[in-house]
Design a binder for this molecule. Structure first.
Ligand code: HEC
Length: 156
């Protein structure tokens, strides 16, 4: 056990030493202790004061939104307007599930912005059906603008 310890200490000294040779400058920087404490920074966004379960639910929903816009972008590039239109509505549109979700966080401003976002996705879904790429991209950008706006305004 002691022997093993000595070997480990010896090896770590060696690796430290070889790093020092590679970059004298870097190794002269003193080791810093990283403190893993949550720091609450006021970044000007409104906090929704969500509990752990709501946070989890919201983030998983958000990851699904991101996946949806990625898939939609690819489908548009392939002129697959039917599938893009279907995804726009089912994944981002004003479905009952989405409306309930927006209302469940207890903030009217957030709820309204969320509903406007879903409405923009309903419109996007209709625009895709007309199979015009420029208009489709403009509609997608319009919906993405709501992602940008909400993220700049609210946090968990
Ligand atoms: C009505 C508000 C709202 C809209 C609209 C919205 N988001 Fe979010 N999103 C949030 C909030 C709030 C968070 C948590 C941010 C925080 O606490 O820092 C979040 C977090 C996320 C995250 C982080 C997920 C994780 O696992 O950490 C992603 C990705 C994301 N959103 C994608 C999107 C995309 C893409 C869209 C648009 C298609 C979108 N969101 C629209 C409110 C919104």
């Amino acid at each position: 056990m002691r022997k093993l310890l000595i070997v480990i200490i010896g090896l770590s000294f060696l690796s430290f030493h070889s790093c020092q040779n590679e970059s004298e400058k870097e190794s002269s920087v003193k080791e810093e202790t990283i403190v893993m404490e949550p720091t609450i920074i006021d970044d000007g966004r409104v906090s929704l004061n969500l509990n752990a379960m709501q946070k989890n639910h919201q983030l998983s929903n958000m990851r699904s939104h991101l996946e949806a816009v990625q898939e939609i972008t690819l489908l548009l590039s392939q002129d697959n307007y039917e599938k893009a239109s279907e995804l726009a509505y089912t994944k981002l549109g004003s479905t009952t599930e989405m409306k309930l979700m927006c209302a469940s966080f207890g903030d009217k401003g957030f709820e309204n912005l969320g509903l406007e976002f879903h409405k923009s996705a309903d419109i996007m879904s209709e625009v895709f059906k007309k199979r015009n790429k420029d208009n489709s991209l403009t509609a997608l950008s319009n919906t993405l603008n709501y992602c940008v706006k909400c993220h700049a305004t609210y946090k968990q």
